[in-house]
Design a protein. Structure first.
Length: 181
């Protein structure tokens, strides 16, 4: 793919994320094109359907989180890195929920086509967990199924109840206290 085509694709994905978070199910390809500063034809060259664009936005967001997790695996303080990433995921959950809702209402499975990304995300979280446990920052008996259940519950509560900053901080503090040895 040419450099300008890659640049346009990235602009479209970024614009789609913003417009979908703002407009939800009423987001139009035209609004996304306007926000990206490109024509409709540019969008359709990269994404043949609106659903394909939505799917790409979810995958792109997940890949960014995986990159952030990978960067945190070399942090000086593994415990801080683990808790910081947990917090980032919960903070991002409302926007992810909006995108998942758009896909679900469009008749698509938000998990379809994301098996590799889901596996990579799980692996990245597990690397952070193991480093934090080795550093003595997270209890040794915590395993991935429990961690993913806690993370999922926190994300679901944040999404559904539209947590503000104070409630999110207080709730995560309580969860984190339970995860520490």
């Amino acid at each position: 793919m040419r450099a300008d085509a890659r640049h346009n694709r990235a602009r479209v994905l970024e614009a789609a994320e913003v417009v979908l978070a703002r407009d939800g199910l009423t987001a139009s390809m035209r609004a996304i094109a306007q926000h990206a500063g490109v024509g409709l034809g540019t969008i359709y060259r990269h994404f043949p359907t609106q659903e394909a664009l939505y799917q790409a936005v979810i995958i792109e967001r997940a890949q960014r989180l995986i990159t952030e997790a990978d960067a945190l695996t070399v942090a000086d303080d593994p415990g801080e890195a683990f808790f910081e990433f947990f917090t980032r995921i919960v903070e991002n959950s409302t926007r992810n929920k909006t995108l998942a809702d758009v896909l679900t209402h469009a008749g698509l499975d938000p998990k379809a086509g994301t098996a590799d990304v889901s596996r990579d995300m799980r692996d990245a979280i597990e690397r952070l967990l193991l480093r934090a446990q080795e550093a003595g920052a997270v209890r040794e008996d915590l395993r991935m199924p429990e961690l993913l259940a806690l993370l999922g519950a926190a994300c679901m509560a944040a999404e559904r109840n539209q947590w503000g900053d104070e409630l999110r901080t207080r709730t995560l503090t309580i969860i984190f206290d339970g995860l520490r040895p």
